[in-house]
Design a protein around this ligand. Structure first.
Ligand SMILES: [Zn+2]
Length: 216
């Protein structure tokens, strides 16, 4: 077995294993199964020669499933990943990947890792979209709010009525934007409504026969 080449290969795959993957490996590959696969005879009592010291008679105890191994002579012990890691001089991630390949475990392949990369990119894009929406929406609503507040100073006009009618709603939406922007963004009606507010601001014409003194 060529350790060096394998380690090099592993680096090239650029895999990232999650905590769950490590748990899955330990769940799927028993300690005895692994010890035997890598060439160690385990007797009925679960003992085998320890690979980590010059062992004359079996002083390593192999525990079934994910319970690991322990050597009563040299004191080395751990789980199945640690075993392979020490046996082949690999770090934990490389050891985990070696086990995945050797036992053909249904855990991440290179392709899945690529898909994951794309999923991560999509998540980042969605977050950026949300940030853009939040910033634009709060800009529009804040500008509208200023206009409404100014309109409140001019009673007996249509703009005054609009202010009375809209101010509470605008404040409410601004609060929502601060607290749960993703909910607003997910609500198509609200997104559309913010679009109409933006148009409303553009059409805001103080002094349209109403002697308004509103500055945008
Ligand atoms: Zn030992």
């Amino acid at each position: 077995m060529c350790r060096r080449a394998w380690t090099k290969n592993c680096r090239l795959t650029d895999m990232r294993l999650t905590k769950e993957d490590y748990e899955d490996i330990k769940r799927m590959v028993g300690m005895r199964q692994a010890a035997e696969y890598y060439g160690y005879q385990v007797d009925r009592q679960g003992r085998c020669l320890c690979p980590f010291h010059n062992d004359g008679h079996p002083s390593m105890k192999i525990y079934p499933h994910d319970r690991g191994y322990y050597c009563f002579s040299c004191g080395s012990g751990g789980d199945v990943i640690k075993f392979v890691s020490r046996l082949y001089g690999l770090n934990n991630e490389a050891a985990a990947q070696k086990i995945i390949e050797d036992f053909a475990l249904p855990i991440k392949t290179q392709e899945l890792s690529y898909r994951e990369k794309r999923e991560r990119e999509q998540r980042v894009r969605r977050r950026q979209e949300l940030e853009r929406f939040t910033s634009q929406a709060s800009n529009v609503l804040s500008r509208y709010r200023i206009l409404l507040c100014e309109a409140l100073r001019c009673p007996y006009t249509d703009l005054f009525d609009e202010a009375l009618q809209m101010l509470t709603l605008v404040d409410y939406r601004l609060d929502c934007l601060k607290e749960c922007p993703q909910e607003l963004y997910a609500d198509k009606k609200v997104v559309k409504w913010i679009g109409t507010i933006e148009q409303r601001i553009d059409r805001w014409t103080p002094g349209n026969g109403e002697r308004q003194t509103v500055s945008g």
